[in-house]
Design a protein around this ligand. Sequence first.
Ligand code: CO
Ligand code: ZN
Length: 330
Amino acid sequence: MQQLIKNLVEAYGPSGFEDEVRALIRAEIEPFADEISVDAMGNLIALKKGNGSGKKVMIAAHMDEIGFMVSHISKEGFLRFANIGGVSNLHLSGTRAKFADGTIGVIYGERRTDRSKIGGLDKFYIDVGASSSDDCPVSVGDAGIFWQTFVERGDHLSSKAMDDRVCCAIGVAALQQLEDSAHDVYFVFTVQEEVGVRGATTAANRIMPDIGIALDVTLTGDTPNGAKMAVDLGKGPAIKVKDAGMIAHQGLVRLMRGAAESAEIPHQLEVLLGGSTDARAMQISGPGVIAGCISVPCRYVHSTSETVSLSDVKNSVKLLLEILGNPIDL
Ligand code: CO
Ligand code: ZN
């Protein structure tokens, strides 16, 4: 599992440029899926057929990560950029930028005299070692990511792009291990979640599932002077009750809790104050869909050291298999 997570989180895949991640996942799941396809937006859709007596279930985990796109190159060779997704200026100075061709840049902020103030994204630039716009190895319109390698520290795993590749790994593991389900399960590895759940929207409209379950990370309340939030790292997958974009289907929340309890899987309930997931897109697709979300607690979301607990990851796979292995009558 750790090796799969490492391969996925270190892959390159800002929103709209998920090709490398998709190829990695496809290689892992191809032998286990009954049907596999890629739609026009780039969603990877893998169907694991049931015995015909169950529901049509869509599982969604997003392949994309936050990043940036070069918007301007100065004559001295410094890049300015637009954000792709929720990029925080608090995390930028000193982080490294990586481009699709492997070019590495250093991100830094313009000199400021007032230390209490951090500028907006327009006050940051990327230094790729060019001396002018003529010898700059990248172009306007090139996308990039915030680069950091994977590290394992006991039960804690840290990297960029845990959001949401750790859940791609959970989807891969569940697909590989799922046996004799009554349900037709569509495992969808979605694109462009970080820019507004765009891939999940089109995939859900195409699949028209009875039940939609997103797999994504959520914040925790267990760090010094952190947010007042009743989710801790290492205490099990969090069953989403509400976030800023959706209220999970009450019956599905009950079913998830019941599944966790009967299989003795540690779990917690999530009420997230901001943000949303692919579950929102599924819920309001077509005529409306019963939707919920299994969340992996994650510290330092949208930084280059997003941190999850391996035991939470393994318990998320267990919980998902428990749900898919039983009737879903709501
Ligand atoms: Co995110
Ligand atoms: Zn996410």
